[in-house]
Ligand binder design. Sequence first.
Ligand code: ADP
Ligand code: NAG
Ligand code: NAG
Ligand code: NAG
Ligand code: MG
Length: 589
Amino acid sequence: MGGFSLKIQDLLFLSVLLLCIFPRLTLALNPDGQALVNFRIAISGSDGVLEQWRPEDSDPCGWKGVQCDSKSKRVTSLSLPNHKLSGYISPDIGKLDQLQFLALHDNNFYGAIPPALGNCTNLKSLFLQSNYLSGWIPDELGNLPELENLDLSSNSLSGNIPSSLGKLNNLGIFNVSTNFLVGQIPSDGHLAKFGNDSFLGNRNLCGKQVSQDCNNGGPSISPSPDSAQSQNKNGRLLISASATVGALLLVALMCFWGCFLYKRLGKNDGKSLAMDICAGASIVMFHGDLPYSSKDIIKKLETLNEEHIIGSGGFGTVYKLAMDDGNVFAVKRIIKMNEGFDRFFERELEILGSIKHRYLVNLRGYCNSPTSKLLIYDFLSGGSLDEVLHERSEQLDWGARLTVIMGAAKGLAYLHHDCSPRVIHRDIKSSNILLDGNFEARVSDFGLAKLLGDEESHITTIVAGTFGYLAPEYMQSGRATEKTDVYSFGVLVLEVISGKRPTDASYIEKGFNIVGWLNYLASENRRTEIVDPLCERVQTESLDSLLSVATQCVSSSPDDRPTMHRVVQILESEVMTPCPSDFYDSSSD
Ligand SMILES: Nc1ncnc2c1ncn2[C@@H]1O[C@H](COP(=O)(O)OP(=O)(O)O)[C@@H](O)[C@H]1O
Ligand SMILES: *[C@@H]1O[C@H](CO)[C@@H](O)[C@H](O)[C@H]1NC(C)=O
Ligand SMILES: *[C@@H]1O[C@H](CO)[C@@H](O)[C@H](O)[C@H]1NC(C)=O
Ligand SMILES: *[C@@H]1O[C@H](CO)[C@@H](O)[C@H](O)[C@H]1NC(C)=O
Ligand SMILES: [Mg+2]
């Protein structure tokens, strides 16, 4: 039996529990209504529009924003634009397979567009514009043959426009403007008929529709009359920006020489990434951490294109940069910029660059220009824990999972207690734990959330995909402390143990997140059922200790959470080296 699957008794228990909590609840609400209830559970804020969605109704047809087929009582339309809805869009929406009209635009939805929308094959209109949706446009939207209107504009979507959308032959309105999309716009389908006003304001789209050729080779370098002028202008900026860093001036000038070429070339070749990489700025390297000249690095940066993208997150895109000597780096290109932010940026980065530790991802240098900011990190060949855990989990046996937890704990403990100044990470989540070739963990992106977040940095963090890891008091106040990191670390431990994301749909269905689920299991004395059924030969004592630590870390009261130092101590003494006696085998539970 899977350690996580529900048994009949549990279902009965949950139903009874629900009946006790909602005395008027009859189980008569039809499946579409249930799906909408789950849709509502994933929404954490609104202007009150969902208040009269009463689960005790037999169908949702009278609910605000909902329309049904009058005979079948199946939902055909869900229209809730401009109601301050915040939260993510539940994949349960995919269960509304008679849905023809879905309008959730002008709200504060974040997270991904659920691929399950591809199940709503009757959908004619999908309006999701003006939210904070991130991630990639799901391929599955290409499975909606009836789709006539698709507006995803003004979100934070990244990646390519999937070629499957070319299959949508009924499409009349299509808009993906103002996102962070890159790459070729599918040319061999029905997207060919849309003009540049469907694609405005993206990072790097190319194709006929926007009159950008995707297959120009590298740009050629030849001086042009206006280059001297732009050189002067950039030069002044540059000098004033680095006046205090006199020693860097030489490097800066070299970089700048390279950069103005890019800038100029960018005008000729819209698709080249190099066009505004590092324009008019300096590459700053920490402590001889990069044994190359600025010029060599820039030359390499120039060769980067979409093929080198290894990921994208809330703050930008990450490229793989391979130097000629075989060294490989990860270049994070940050899009977001505030006014008057540059000096602060440099000061903070000097600090982050000085922090070196075995369990932290090394920041080797950065480039700061008015248009683009690049951070150069060590490349970790094992990828992120998020990918490994959720896409190739068979690679992580129990021992490997413990090692990863240990490494992450040590990295975070170093940030909290041993480095100077101390650093609150603020964005602990599985995609910020990277693995090296030996599956040793390193913590990445420490301090970035603070650096790049604005006044409402907790909102930024939520948009960046951290929802589910955030301590309750942090959600309320937006104030990060060491203890909010400890909470996120506890969630991370649970994710590693269970193999499920903190807001996995199976938790949401039960009205929980991962922490709620742990607490529920604990109240039933069934805590160990949270273990990933894929894990074999789990040592009982070490598991008990680990679950105890995790439980303390995710305590709702910050004072009850241990420090990371203490966590490391417990992990070392009780989890990594328990007596090798009995095993708890979750797969034979
Ligand atoms: N130093 C690195 N080495 C290898 N892969 C990396 C590195 N940094 C980031 N990545 C990959 O790029 C992805 C995007 O990173 P990032 O922009 O930090 O967003 P997020 O952390 O929210 O996923 C990560 O999920 C990871 O797969
Ligand atoms: C969508 O359909 C697929 C395949 O038919 C199914 O596995 C999945 O559970 C469905 N998703 C939802 C949310 O209904
Ligand atoms: C968009 O295309 C129209 C003609 O199709 C053209 O006049 C206009 O300049 C283009 N706009 C941009 C920003 O390329
Ligand atoms: C797409 O959306 C953008 C931003 O909202 C808008 O400026 C543009 O006019 C829209 N294009 C079309 C074709 O509707
Ligand atoms: Mg990251």
